[in-house]
Design a protein around this ligand. Structure first.
Ligand code: CA
Ligand code: CA
Length: 232
């Protein structure tokens, strides 16, 4: 597994070194709509089309196909939750299967394209959409250590390992805010996924995190309680 890990790290490093490639786009892209991504920005969960997975490098199936990407934050527990579901079966990378998942979940934690790196997925466009985010922290979706996903800060390197829950067509986990530069949990995100053979699918919009449903209820109750107290 060591060589595989090295491969993934190399892949991530190469990907992280992409600004050389991306710079060209940054320089030529129309930046008059400052702050706005070329793709749309939408709240979590992002629903991705079925059947839009690409045979990017001609490596053939399995063409892993994203269904949904959910990113929510819990200000009380101070953690970010992420969940990806797929239209096609996946397996952990550590399982060594053809459908084993490789990819990146990328976070723009200050919602600023001016900090961090352009998303990896821009490298694969076309056919993927070019998104305007500045990625500060990313999760490698391939578990080089079983059920543990590396979290990288583009400035600091490895900041932690998320305990991942893999299903037959899903993966999810929690990231402490401490690994997100103690962010408030409001983040923009995008993702590019595939197999070891090739990238196959990516979000065509930038998503943004929303509060965990439970915390909305808590916040709502707190607001009502304050309202009631005020009326007395
Ligand atoms: Ca898809
Ligand atoms: Ca940023």
């Amino acid at each position: 597994m060591r060589s595989l890990r090295a491969l993934i790290i190399t892949g991530a490093t190469v990907a992280l070194a992409l600004p050389a490639n991306a710079d060209e786009w940054w320089l030529t892209a129309d930046r008059t709509g400052s702050g706005m991504p070329e793709g749309e920005r939408q709240p979590s969960p992002i629903v991705d089309p079925m059947g839009d997975a690409s045979n990017t490098f001609g490596a053939g199936p399995p063409l892993t196909d994203i269904d949904t990407v959910t990113v929510t934050f819990d200000p009380v527990a101070e953690q970010l939750f992420f969940s990806l579901t797929f239209h096609t079966p996946i397996a952990p990378l550590s399982a060594g299967r053809p459908e084993s998942l490789v990819g990146l979940l990328e976070f723009d934690i200050d919602q600023s394209a001016a900090t961090g790196l352009p998303p990896i997925q821009n490298t694969f466009s076309p056919p993927f959409a070019r998104l305007r985010t500045g990625v500060d922290v990313l999760v490698l979706l391939g578990d080089t250590t079983p059920a543990l996903l590396d979290v990288f800060d583009v400035n600091l390197g490895l900041v932690g390992q998320v305990k991942a829950t893999f299903g037959p067509m899903s993966v999810s986990g929690f990231i402490p805010f401490a690994w997100l530069r103690n962010d408030d949990g409001i983040v923009d995100f995008t993702t590019t996924i595939g197999t070891l053979a090739q990238p196959t699918d990516a979000l065509e919009v930038v998503g943004f995190s929303v509060p965990e449903p439970g915390t909305i209820t808590l916040l709502g109750l707190a607001t009502m309680a304050v309202g009631r107290r005020r009326r007395r």
